[in-house]
Design a protein around this ligand. Structure first.
Ligand code: MLC
Ligand code: AMP
Length: 493
């Protein structure tokens, strides 16, 4: 491979594969110090999407560590939870994160290093041999059981997940990806960053999503592949609609030169798909996946992409639809998606019981319901009302409820997802107030944002005398959701 090929482009500059090799050997050297192998020590990192992120991720792997990406948007309590749960021995942060991370690191006895420091370290050549079965990454994802769980993948699993994407979507070295997703979740890390780098293509990385910048990069005609969540396409459509006609024309003309535009992480509304086709000329390739499983189903690269469908199994992926007892359902009948194969994760970090519960006879239970019609899968929903997808982020209603219950005005609460055109779902909270307490949404949001990631903060609030409950006193979530979709009810005094 020609090491002078461009690996990563950021607003600050262009970095070749030779630069990436050098920088990752420097990071590995800084992490290893006097040892020869990190032997699966967890190294967390808090670095904006870009070259430094990529070099640090690689450096951790080359030193034999497990990479634990942290979310830039998370407040201190969420970061502390991840560092503690992962048992991180080191956290690498961009210099401006020192004030946020240092106190947490000190509390936990974790070593804090800046990205500048590790990248400036002398490169190291005697790096350990890191075999494919070794653990490579832990990505935290919300589930039905309260706090987020660490999804562990090995190098072999990452390789299989990447290989399936390269094959299905025909990644080539002359591709140029535009990446505008956060890099603490599977979509950005795997589909956005690692797939293009695996074939020595170029990944152009934006530090954060910005609709005008994305359109300008499309307008250049240089981008060949793009992937995003439905909320991002919604935002891009809104930006295009507001642009002057000459700009619209230039943006659309450049976008047409791309070879592939993909969408996933949440259901793509058919209207978004249709409008995107009008303005960009692309029928979005919708695919379905999960942090635990990599990409499971995809519409075809060549051939008909059916609106509302997520296609057929990715290469090397076994998929079945089963009823609640695990028996296969016939075509046309709804069933839970189960999957198995080399792409499926190893375990939830330090949660053997939850790992065990996630599988049935060797098949991973996704919790998503689908139907197979004429060979292709159509998603119908999730088996748990307590999982919310907002802006493409998965959040747990139970986790948010646990935090909201700590608010001094809240006696009891129930959190639900409410359908929304832009966000897919919005986080909505119904609360029973304590005697004589009052609570308004802005006040709740102000309080919650110090404790929860921004996408977990409730966007809608109803205060009630009593939450809807069934005969045994259990809150009825569909009735809670109806409070937000039905006619407004008078607030509790
Ligand atoms: C932010 N806002 C929200 C919100 N998030 N409102 C409702 N619901 C939410 N979830 C509000 C903010 O408070 C703010 O309001 C305004 O929107 C703009 O905020 P922002 O911070 O600028 O939002 P932004 O960062 O632009 O976020 C939008 C986004 C982001 C779409 C870029 O949500 C995103 O990056 N999503 C991608 C998620 C992802 O990568 N998922 C992959 C999971 S892996 P105000 O009033 O303050 O202006 C996976 C597997 C698979 O699912 O299959 O891929
Ligand atoms: P995460 O745990 O963040 O990886 O989210 C995985 C979940 O995202 C899946 O279980 C699905 O519920 C959802 N998801 C992913 N892709 C799609 C899609 N194309 N349509 C609908 N839901 C999706």
């Amino acid at each position: 491979m020609n090491q002078d090929r461009v690996a990563v482009v950021t607003p600050d500059g262009t970095h070749t594969y030779a630069d990436l090799d050098r920088a990752s050997r420097a990071v590995a050297g800084a992490l290893l110090g006097s040892v020869s192998d990190l032997s699966e020590a967890r190294v967390a990192f808090f670095i904006p999407p870009g070259f430094e992120y990529t070099a640090v991720q690689r450096g951790i792997w080359r030193a034999g560590g497990i990479a634990v990406p942290l979310a830039l948007s998370h407040p201190a309590p969420e970061l502390e939870y991840v560092l503690r749960d992962a048992g991180a021995t080191v956290v690498i942060g961009a210099p401006e994160s020192r004030a946020l991370l240092m106190p947490i690191a000190q509390t936990l006895g974790t070593r804090f290093m800046t990205s500048v420091e590790v990248l400036a370290h002398p490169t190291r050549d005697d790096l350990p041999h890191v075999g494919a079965p070794r653990r490579a990454m832990i990505v935290y994802t919300s589930g039905t059981t309260g706090r987020p769980k660490g999804v562990v993948t090995t190098h072999a699993i990452l390789g299989a997940e990447i290989g399936a994407m390269v094959e299905a979507w025909e990644w080539r070295p002359n591709d140029r990806m535009l990446l505008s997703l956060p890099l603490h979740h599977a979509h950005g890390i795997m589909n956005g960053l690692l797939a293009p780098l695996a074939v020595h293509a170029t990944c152009e990385i934006l530090p954060a999503f910005d609709a005008a910048t994305v359109w300008e990069r499309f307008g250049s005609g240089e981008i060949t592949v793009f992937t995003a969540v439905p909320t991002i396409y919604h935002r891009l459509i809104a930006a295009w609609d507001q642009a002057p006609p000459a700009t619209q024309q230039a943006w659309s003309a450049g976008a047409r030169l791309a070879r592939l535009m993909m969408c996933g992480s949440a259901a793509l509304p058919v209207q978004t798909l249709a409008r995107w086709r009008e303005i960009s000329g692309h029928t979005l390739l919708e695919r379905y996946g999960m942090t635990e499983t990599g990409m499971i189903l995809s519409n075809p690269l060549h051939g008909e992409r059916r609106p509302g469908f997520v296609g057929t199994p990715m290469p090397g992926v076994d998929v079945r639809l089963v009823d609640e007892w695990g028996a296969a359902v016939p075509d046309g009948a709804p069933g839970e998606i189960e999957t198995r194969g080399p792409l499926v994760f190893l375990e939830y970090w330090k949660r053997p019981e939850e790992t065990k519960a996630g599988f049935r006879d060797g098949w991973f239970r996704t919790g998503d319901t689908a139907v197979r019609e004429n060979g292709a899968f159509r998603l119908l929903g999730r088996s748990s009302v307590d999982i919310i997808k907002t802006g493409g982020f998965k959040v747990s209603a139970l986790e948010i409820e646990e935090v909201l219950r700590m608010h001094p005005a809240i006696g009891e609460c129930a959190v639900v997802g409410v359908a929304d055109q832009e966000w897919g779902e919005k986080v909505a909270a119904a609360v029973e107030l304590r005697p004589d307490a009052t609570l308004a949404l802005p006040e709740l949001q102000q309080w919650a944002k110090d404790r929860l990631a921004p996408y977990k903060v409730p966007r809608l609030l109803r205060t009630l005398d009593a939450l809807p409950r069934n005969a045994v006193g259990k809150v009825v979530k569909p009735d809670v959701a109806a409070l937000f979709t039905g006619p407004p009810r008078p607030a509790a005094p």
